[in-house]
Design a binder for this molecule. Structure first.
Ligand code: DX5
Ligand code: ZN
Length: 225
């Protein structure tokens, strides 16, 4: 049987589904499983109808791990909090294209702070809207659920949006990571990887049950796709 492994796929655990009373334990488990990136979901109750963590918790996480920390800001006016997240020690900040202000200016500011910069689109946003940010970004995060909550189902049309994003990223000739966030399972991970995603952000599929076994299963699922 012919087996083709898609190289360099990162499983990025989303801490939204971790045990917040035992975060350091859960982080230790994903480190032991060989993950290299942690995904921090920041929500403000305005951009999305949920509230989560801010720079204080990000700084506490920074103290217990050397993994790359990516903050996904699902908030209005992210420009107000960039330096706080930089000081907290995150390595990467992703903002949304749909914010009220000038998203390209915010991306420029993230780069000025010396961090990796990402841009994300909601499922209903045309992927091409990110084009003005392409010369600056290190990562494009395709939302495959409506942002706000973990444990939702991967939306139809996400595979096409990943493929389109991959095409736009490749056309730049720059090194841009294409990430997918929401509803990643052993069924959807291979579809996302085959469409060109190289960072698979997964919350419930990592933290529900045995973390090591879940991560191994996700990795195995992206082999032979
Ligand atoms: C949703 C968040 C996701 C979420 C994914 O708004 O951006 O990162 O944690 O959770 P799952 O993997 O359970 O869909
Ligand atoms: Zn996220």
């Amino acid at each position: 049987m012919r087996e083709r492994r898609i190289e360099n796929i990162e499983i990025a655990p989303s801490l939204l589904s971790a045990d917040f009373a035992r975060l350091a334990d859960d982080i230790g488990r994903v480190e032991a499983a060989g993950c290299r990136v942690l995904h921090l979901d920041v929500m403000d109750g305005h951009f999305v109808p949920n509230l989560t963590i801010g720079p204080v918790v990000a700084a506490a996480i920074r103290r217990v791990t050397s993994l790359r920390l990516g903050a996904h800001l699902m908030i209005e006016e992210p420009e107000r909090y960039l330096s706080a997240f930089a000081e907290a020690g995150v390595d990467e900040i992703t903002i949304h294209q749909e914010i009220a202000g000038d998203f390209v200016a915010v991306i420029r500011e993230i780069k000025r702070l010396g961090l990796r910069a990402g841009v994300s689109t909601r499922p209903g946003t045309a992927v091409e809207k990110i084009v003005p940010a392409l010369p600056l970004v290190d990562l494009i995060l395709v939302m495959s659920v409506e942002p706000g909550f973990g444990g939702q189902a991967f939306l139809p049309g996400s595979v096409e949006r990943i493929a389109e994003t991959r095409r736009l990223a490749d056309e730049t000739g720059r090194e841009i990571t294409v990430a997918v966030d929401g509803g990643i399972t052993i069924e959807t991970a291979p579809q996302a990887a085959a469409a060109g995603a190289r960072e698979l952000i997964a919350g419930s599929a990592v933290f529900k049950g045995d973390i090591q076994r879940n991560i191994d299963a996700l990795r195995a699922a992206v082999t032979d796709c």
